[in-house]
Design a protein around this ligand. Structure first.
Ligand code: UD1
Length: 418
């Protein structure tokens, strides 16, 4: 099994190009099932979750060609589709569930495995099913699979989500764009990745518009066009490298981004005292002096993202005083805390709140990655720790970070995979 070995306390400088967003690519890939025409996607991140989704789409019947040098992918569909998404392709990646809506809309039936378990919480799919049932689907759960049918096709409906879910909003949209008539979805998630999927769907010929802050109007269509789309940058990857730069950088510039999308994160980093030069499409982070403690809570966009919670905790370890994090999205998302403690971190958790005391001198240790964002928080901690850190189970990182070692090495980090 592969490990990362990091020698910390090295000052980093240079520049990093941010990759395309994994969480935008996955629903956009699922959306390509709607059309029989060719689709070209640019700026896709070549990470494990994207490959898993590609394998699922190929299994279903899409032809997909990837140009690895250019991060471009082309789909075309000329084979007969299967309406099955098997367990072996969903056990490692929950976003596979997103094929349910398009398959149901197009073929009026689908059998999709319930996704595998997840370290960060229970992560049920009840809200996905709630939306699809409103659109007229009949869904039974049997032998670990969702058996869904819509004998007379999906019909437009009013869907009011009882709570905000990124995936369920995507499922609802991906089914409604091809349902007969009008759908109104309210209390939906408005993450930039969903907005990027909507931009793609419009190019594909869908009639979809926001009619309120969390309200979407869709008029269904069966006519889709051939199109090309450049996926939005990965704001979580950007946030991760901003934190790395604030921790151990002397001067690091992050390119291929839109700063407007991460205003919450920028505001927080400024409050912590991080020195940055912010332009429309790039940010330069300068060497940090004293870092201030802060209190944050994770929330749906535009709030602070749960996917940056583990990383910001590492920056809080460098801040003077006690910082507080309240995790509101997932019930079990402090898995990185015991590992950070093994490196000398002073963190106490009470229910969904973590109290982080700093500044702390971290020391290298052998640690274990538990999920994607927890693993990268260990990388950040290791970059700022004395001596060597060995991170086990790095396959979690490969699910979502493109060329992590290469990007950090370019900024002179001492990081190696064995
Ligand atoms: C997506 C992101 C993930 C991010 C999360 C929250 C992708 C591929 N993944 O995950 O990186 O951490 O948004 O920003 O985009 N819930 C239910 N029932 C459901 C669905 C969700 O109760 O049917 C709950 C979840 O358990 C969680 C909350 O709703 O407590 C939010 O989850 P959701 O927004 O759906 O996350 P994902 O779409 O799975």
């Amino acid at each position: 099994m592969q490990k990362l070995i990091i020698k910390g306390k090295k000052k980093l400088f240079g520049s990093i190009d941010i990759s395309g967003s994994k969480n935008a690519t996955l629903p956009i890939l699922a959306a390509t099932l709607l059309t029989d025409k060719a689709v070209t996607l640019k700026n896709i991140p070549l990470v494990q979750d994207v490959y898993t989704m590609i394998n699922l789409l190929k299994f279903i019947g899409l032809n997909i060609k990837i140009s690895k040098k250019k991060n471009i992918l082309k789909t075309s569909s000329n084979r007969k589709f299967k309406t099955l998404a098997p367990y072996n392709l969903l056990k490692t990646m929950r976003a596979g569930v997103l094929v349910l809506g398009p398959l149901l809309a197009k073929y009026r039936k689908a059998k999709v495995s319930l996704p595998g378990g997840c370290a960060i919480g229970a992560r049920p799919v009840n809200l996905h099913l709630f939306a699809l049932e409103k659109l007229g689907a009949k869904i039974k759960i049997k032998n670990g699979y969702m058996h869904a049918t819509a004998e007379n096709g999906l019909k437009g409906a009013i869907i009011k989500f009882p709570s905000i879910s990124v995936g369920a909003t995507e499922s609802a949209i991906l089914a409604a764009v091809s349902a007969e008539g009008k759908t109104i979805i309210s209390n939906c998630a408005i993450e930039p990745e969903i907005q990027d999927m909507i931009v793609f769907l419009k190019k594909l010929g869908c009639n979809i518009n926001f009619i309120g802050k969390r309200k979407i109007l869709i008029i269904g269509t069966k006519k889709f066009k051939s199109t090309s789309h450049e996926v939005i940058f990965d704001r979580i990857e950007l946030g991760t490298y901003l934190i790395a730069a604030a921790l151990v950088g002397t001067k690091i510039t992050l390119f291929k981004i839109k700063t407007k999308i991460i205003e919450t994160e920028i505001k927080l980093l400024k409050k912590m005292g991080i020195k940055m030069k912010i332009d429309k499409n790039k940010i330069t982070v300068f060497e940090s002096g004293k870092i201030n403690s802060v209190n944050i809570k994770t929330e749906p966009y535009p709030g602070f993202p749960t996917d940056l919670q583990a990383q910001i905790m590492v920056l809080m370890l460098r801040a003077s005083g006690i910082s507080k994090i309240t995790e509101n999205i997932f019930e079990n998302r402090f898995m990185h805390v015991p590992e950070l403690r093994r490196m000398g971190a002073k963190i106490i958790t009470k229910k969904n709140t973590a109290y982080v005391t700093g500044p702390t001198n971290l020391s290298g240790a052998e640690v274990m990655a538990t999920d994607l964002r927890a693993s990268v928080s260990l990388v950040l901690a290791a970059l700022n720790a004395d001596s060597l850190t060995v991170i086990n189970r790095v396959y979690h990182l490969d699910r979502g970070y493109e060329n992590l070692e290469k990007k950090l090495k370019k900024c002179k980090a001492n990081i190696n995979r064995v």
